[in-house]
Design a protein around this ligand. Structure first.
Ligand code: NAP
Length: 293
C-alpha cells in the first residue's frame, strides 16, 4: 500500500503564537510603559549568522517588541564578550538575551552563555535552563526544541510510553529535545556520529527527531512506517536533514523544510521574550512555562 505522510505545518501555528506574543507585548507596554526588549549579540560577520540575527530582530519589531543589537568584531576577547553579556544581564531595559551561535573558535562559548542571567535566557542556553528542561521545572527551553514540543503537542502526538529517537546530541538541539521528550515520559534514545547501524535504531522510533546538520542525511529507509518525523535541519536551497520525498512515503506525520521547525523556533523565541518581560516587569499573570508547551 502506498503511503503519504501528513505534513505538519509549522508556519500557521507559529503565526498564531506570534500573534499571541504581540497581544501580550502590547498589554505589557500599556500597563508598564515599557516594551519587551530582546538584545541580540553577534560576534563577527558570518553571513548565515548575520541573516539569522537580522531575521530575529525583524520579527521582534513586527510583533511590537524592541530589539537591541550588539555587534562585536571577530577579534573580540573572551573578557570583552563576557563584559558585554554581563552588562545586558544587568540592564533593566533588556528582558531577553540571545547570543548567536557560533561565536568563533578562540572563544569559550559555554562560559559566555553562562554570563546570561537565567531570567533573561530566552534562548535556553544556560546550564540553569538545561537543568530546568531536564527536570521539567519552570524555565525557558532552547528555542528549536521548545518549538518542536509545541508542534508535537499541537498535532496531538502521544509521547508517554512511546519510543523517541533523537539523531544528534548538540547542546542547542539534540540534547535538550531529548530531555523535553523524557520529561513527557517518552522512552528516549540518542544517536550521534559514533552510533553503529543507525537505520536499525531509527527504525525503532515512533517519534524520530533529526538534528544532524547534514543535508538529506536520513531518508525513507531510516523510518518505521507511520512514524512521526521532525526534521530540525536547514540548509541552503530549503533542504533539511531528511530527504523529504522518500520520508513522505514512509512517515505518518512529517515536518516540511521550510515551514516546519524553523518558524516555530522564532515564534518560541518571541513568546519567551515576552514572558521574560512579563515576569521582570511584574506585568500580567506570568504564564506557567516549562518551555515544553
Ligand atoms: P551540530 O552541532 O553540527 O550537531 C550535529 C549532531 O549530529 C552531532 O551530535 C553529531 O554527532 C551528529 N551527527 C553528525 N553526523 C552524523 C551521522 N552520520 N550519524 C548520526 N549522527 C550524526 O548541529 P546542530 O547545531 O544541532 O544543528 C542540527 C541541524 O539543525 C542543522 O541542520 C541546523 O541547520 C539545524 N538547526 C535548525 C534550527 C531551526 O530553528 N530550525 C536551529 C538550530 C539548528 P557527534 O556529537 O558525535 O559529533
Amino acid at each position: 500500500m502506498s503511503r503519504t505522510a501528513r505534513v505538519m505545518d509549522g508556519s500557521d501555528l507559529a503565526r498564531r503564537m506570534v500573534e499571541r506574543a504581540a497581544e501580550r507585548a502590547a498589554e505589557i507596554s500599556r500597563r508598564t510603559g515599557q516594551r519587551p526588549c530582546l538584545a541580540t549579540v553577534l560576534v563577527g560577520e558570518d553571513p548565515a549568522s548575520v541573516t539569522y540575527v537580522r531575521m530575529k530582530r525583524n520579527r521582534c519589531e513586527r510583533a511590537g517588541l524592541r530589539s537591541r543589537h550588539v555587534a562585536l568584531p571577530a577579534s573580540v576577547t573572551q573578557a570583552e564578550l563576557i563584559g558585554a553579556i554581563t552588562s545586558l544581564s544587568r540592564d533593566p531595559d533588556v528582558h531577553g538575551i540571545l547570543l548567536q551561535h557560533p561565536v568563533g573558535p578562540h572563544l569559550d562559548e559555554r562560559a559566555t552563555f553562562e554570563a546570561i542571567a537565567p531570567e533573561k535566557d530566552v534562548d535556553g542556553v544556560t546550564t540553569h535552563s538545561f537543568a530546568a528542561m531536564s527536570f521539567g521545572l519552570d524555565g525557558f527551553a532552547s528555542c528549536a526544541p521548545g518549538g518542536i514540543m509545541r508542534l508535537l503537542e499541537h498535532h496531538d502526538v502521544e509521547l508517554a510510553g512511546r519510543r523517541a529517537v533523537v539523531v544528534g546530541r548538540s547542546a542547542i538541539l539534540g540534547k535538550p529535545v531529548g530531555m523535553l521528550l523524557l520529561a513527557r515520559d517518552a522512552t528516549v534514545t540518542y544517536c550521534h556520529s559514533r552510533t553503529a547501524d543507525l537505520p536499525s535504531v531509527t527504525r525503532e522510533a515512533d517519534v524520530l527527531i533529526v538534528a544532524v546538520g547534514r543535508p538529506r542525511a536520513l531518508h525513507g529507509d531510516h523510518i518505521r512506517p507511520g512514524a512521526v518525523v521532525i526534521d530540525a535541519g536547514y540548509h541552503p536551497g530549503n533542504v533539511g536533514d531528511v530527504d523529504f520525498d522518500s520520508a513522505r512515503r514512509r512517515a505518518g506525520l512529517l515536518t516540511p523544510v521550510p515551514g516546519g521547525v524553523g518558524p516555530m523556533t522564532i515564534a518560541t523565541l518571541l513568546t519567551q521574550t515576552v514572558e521574560a518581560a512579563a515576569r521582570q516587569l511584574g506585568a500580567l499573570g506570568a504564564e506557567a512555562y516549562t518551555g515544553a508547551g
